[in-house]
Every structure is written in C-alpha cells, then in structure tokens.
Design a binder for this molecule. Structure first.
Ligand code: ZZB
Length: 260
C-alpha cells in the first residue's frame, strides 16, 4: 500500500502535551504525519485525528525535524529510503497517548484552512498507516460522521466546537452519483448515525473511493476540471516537491530487511 505521508507542522502544543513541547529543542519543528490515499483531497482538510488511547511517539529525524506517529510506522519508515538518516533507526524522544495532544494546532498543507486542530477519533487503528489521519469531511465518510459527532458532543469530547470546522464543507470533487459532497451524501443515503457504524462506513468508504477515483472531476485547486485519476498524482507531486509530503509504503505483512 503506497501512502502519501503529509507533514503537518506543529504551531502550538496543547497544555497536556508538555512532554512533547519539552522534548523539542529550540529552533526545531515537530510534524504530525498522517498517511493518506487521497492526496487530491488535501484542499479540504479541516482537522487531524489521533486515537485518544493509542500510544504515539515523537521521533527525531534530523536536528531540526521531529515526527509524531505510531512506533510501528516509525519503524517501517526507518527501513525505507530518504526518511530517517540511519537505516533501521528511529530515535524516540517522547512517548504519550493521543489524548495528550488533542487541542494542539498544526499547519494543514494546501488546505483552505491554514491551521487545524488535533482532534480525537476513536476508530483510528494502530495497525495501518501512521495512526494519524487527516480529516477531509467532503470525501471521507468516516471523517464526515466523526466531525459531525465531535461538533455535536464537543463538551463530552473535551474540545471546542469551533475546532471541528464543520460549518461549511469545501466541495473538492464533483461526481455523477453523489454530487460534490460525496461523504455527506453517502452518510445520509446509508443512514449512518455514528462513527461506530463500522459495516455501513466500510461500504460508504468503498463506494466513495470508486466513484471519486473513476468518475470524479476536480472542482477546486490547480487541477480544477481534470479527472481525479489524473489529478491525484499531480497534487501528490506538488506536495512532495514542496517538501510537505513524502512517500510511505505499508509493508503489508511482509518482512522488509536489508538482507532480504
Ligand atoms: C484523507 C482522506 C480523504 C482519506 C478522503 C480517505 C478519503 P484504507 O483504504 O483502509 O487503507 N486512514 C489512514 N490510516 C488510518 C488508520 N490507522 N485508522 C483509520 N483510518 C486511517 O484507508 C486509508 C485512508 O483511511 C486514508 O486516506 C486515511 O484517510 C484513513 F476523502 O486520508 B484518508 C473514501 C475515503 N476518502
């Protein structure tokens, strides 16, 4: 599985994230690293999700760059070229739970929202990607319903409603079957009520992927008017060339080692 790993620079840490703030030397930057399969949707990022109960690490990449991601993904990255400087090494400088960093603020590359908040998503899995997920409510049914739930029960989640940025969702991709807010349409059509409706959400995700990829047309950004199939790699290249993203491959259960 070839993901695009996005670099979301930390602008301010939540008070509860003191361990992280203290572990970063003056002049260095920290980045949350969501793994995405939909780089062409990055214009519509509204927040960035972590699981409140998953353990994350802060990993030193260079003297000036530190990554926030799961330990598992940092290890995978260390066996891929061009990420960590030493093959197989991913020096960890802090360990914490997702809930500790909720409320931190990060830069969302390319998004109409320049800065977004780190928010909790209970359905994030530690077994894929980096366990950090960037939120695009226009095109991801999971993100749409989670944002809906967070905004509705902000107090319960210990966040502020405004952090969710759920008021007017940016349309990015137009599709024949679901219009230009694919996720919203699918959540409504399938009567998805909660982020825990796992079976329906899996169906919605599958449908959204297919429709978006094969029939979607960009209606925002530099490649507006182009089919998604074409725009996907063009946007990805822009992000990578700008230093805002890098390729991250999921080993897929296979063991990767230098000796083979
Ligand atoms: C932004 C985005 C915009 C995403 C979209 C999807 C969609 P897959 O196919 O199952 O591999 N994701 C990444 N890591 C995790 C995780 N650990 N736990 C839960 N969700 C995760 O799923 C890859 C997609 O699932 C990724 O791409 C990420 O969300 C999320 F418009 O990034 B995506 C129809 C989907 N649309």
């Amino acid at each position: 599985q070839e993901y695009t790993a996005l670099k979301m620079r930390v602008v301010s840490w939540a008070d509860s994230a003191k361990t992280c703030a203290d572990a970063i030397p003056k002049g260095a930057n920290a980045y949350f690293i969501p793994a995405t399969l939909r780089p062409e949707t990055m214009y519509g990022q509204t927040s960035c999700f972590v699981s409140p109960t998953i353990k994350y690490g802060l990993f030193k990449v260079t003297d000036t760059e530190y990554f926030v991601c799961s330990e598992r993904s940092a290890r995978n990255m260390s066996y891929q070229p061009g990420i960590f400087p030493q093959w197989g090494e991913h020096p960890q400088v802090a360990s914490f739970l997702g809930k500790d960093v909720v409320g931190s603020r990060v830069v969302a590359p390319m998004s109409v929202h320049k800065e977004v908040y780190i928010l909790p998503m209970e359905t994030v899995k530690d077994t894929k990607g980096t366990a950090v997920v960037t939120c695009v409510p226009s095109d991801s049914p999971d993100d749409y319903i989670t944002s809906f739930d967070l905004a509705k029960k902000a107090e319960y989640y210990g966040i502020q409603k405004e952090w969710v940025k759920f008021d007017d969702i940016l349309p990015i991709i137009d599709t024949p079957s679901y219009g230009n807010l694919t996720a919203k349409k699918l959540v409504e059509d399938l009567k998805i009520q909660s982020p825990k409706d796992a079976a329906k959400l899996a169906e919605a995700k599958e449908k959204a992927y297919k429709e978006g990829f094969y029939k979607g047309k960009m209606m925002y950004g530099d490649f507006s008017g182009k089919p998604v199939e074409e725009a996907k790699n063009l946007v990805r290249k822009q992000l990578i060339d700008a230093g805002d993203a890098f390729p991250y491959a999921e080993p897929d259960g296979k063991v990767i080692s230098r000796s083979g």
